[in-house]
Design a protein around this ligand. Sequence first.
Ligand code: NDP
Length: 506
Amino acid sequence: MSPTAQGRTVIRGDTADEDGTDTFVSIDPRTGEVVGTHPVHGPAKVAATVRAARPAGAWWAGLGFAERARRLTAWRRLLVGRLDEFAALICAETGKPLDDARLELVMVVDHLHWAAHNAERVLGRRRVPTGLLMYNHVATLEYLPLGVVGVIGPWNYPAFTPMGSIAYALAAGNAVVFKPSELTPGVGEWLAASFAEVVPEHPVFTVVTGFGDTGAALCRSGVDKVAFTGSTATGRRVMATCAETLTPVLVECGGKDALIVDGDADLDAAADAALWGAMSNAGQTCVGVERVYVVEPVADRFVELLVAKAAGLRPGGEPGADLGPITMPAQVDVIRRHVREALDRGARAVVGGRDSVRPPYVEPVVLVDVPEDAPAVAEETFGPVVVVNRVSDVDEAVRRANGTGYGLGGAVFSRARGAELARRLRAGMVAVNSVLSFVAVPALPFGGVGDSGFGRIHGDDGLREFTRAQAVTRRRFAALLHPMTFDRGSRTVRRLVRLIRLRYGR
Ligand code: NDP
């Protein structure tokens, strides 16, 4: 046995499956118990899976929008019917409280429904205006599936996050090969097995399991696009690997989201939302609130409310716990360092402190007056730690909120200026007078800028992300002026130029 970079165990050789493949185990971070054993798929197996997916994808695309929607609806019903069974598996592999896993699946189902029922509207063939020159043509636009999409996912929302790509890629008519995180392989396998119950004919949605090397093999396997969700560091590696084969890539990476509290905000609601945004899922949320900028006149009251609300929060492994453990053991060191460096540099902990880090749990920590260049402000913490810094006005708040390389999500609490401040944030998504709400609106695109990546999942853009636009013109009749022939004569282009001058030159 040997530990991986993330602290998990790989078992080589002796417990290999019948064809000699190495296996690894997923572990319940609350108890250390083994949840399941999974193969470590190497490049040959990954390539074979993608090869098998190709004709499956062609078959799936050939079903058309209506039949695909019917199958995806059947899958949705199956997921709803087994929601508690699936939620229990998510709990076992991540350690998160049962209700959080249930909430994750509620959102999965809503997105799946939306993708299935909007694919035809967004992607289906439509006529577009031809413009002046090609008036004798019909122009049509259609978004065709790419073929096979490789999806690489993280562990923090092991069903919801990858389904933002999987559901939309499938609805668009692609086959999908999914590489789940090494921490949550069982969730990936469960998803694919449940899909195969409603689409038993061909391997349209399959899973390969293993570590980073398996993900890299998927990038090199000849898939038509890779949809990656994970850390910025891995995102760069994935992009570099995909560049070898010019494989297009969608990159959804980390964030350092800020919440701005304006002077006229509903402070009780803002404190409640800040706490949920920062501490739910033990802070292991890409669009979690990691920084709060609150304007000076209301800062004391806001912190008072936040501290009071945080006092009751307890991490634990029992069903009623507010937050679960830190799923990835290696993250505990990052959280500890961020808290320690902030306190060493003069910040104050108004909730928790150095002793809050007790692996596998971390108790909530609220830090105030943290230097802006401390890691707790500048880097993704990915734990139940939030920084609250006071600012003189909202302009300073916006400047600081935009002051990191990340640009994923954000939030604003303001009665009068919410929409204006939202627009000034360098972020892909912003919630006004709430947090995280954009993730639960399937029609809204999701994705970041800068170090948070590029490309969009969810919504119309998320469907188009897994397609190629195909433009077709069909000539209906001969034009009076036909410039694209060697027989056009000397006057055709001159007449056209005259026409254009009349039409556009004034
Ligand atoms: P990682 O970047 O560690 O891993 C993400 C996935 O990439 C895993 O499946 C991992 O496999 C795989 N992988 C690792 N190395 C390679 C490689 N060289 N080539 C291809 N694939 C590879 O992220 P985490 O799983 O730790 O997830 C947490 C991160 O995800 C946070 O930064 C969070 O902000 C971000 N995230 C972003 C979201 C968004 O939508 N923007 C949503 C959710 C999370 P393995 O696990 O086996 O190493």
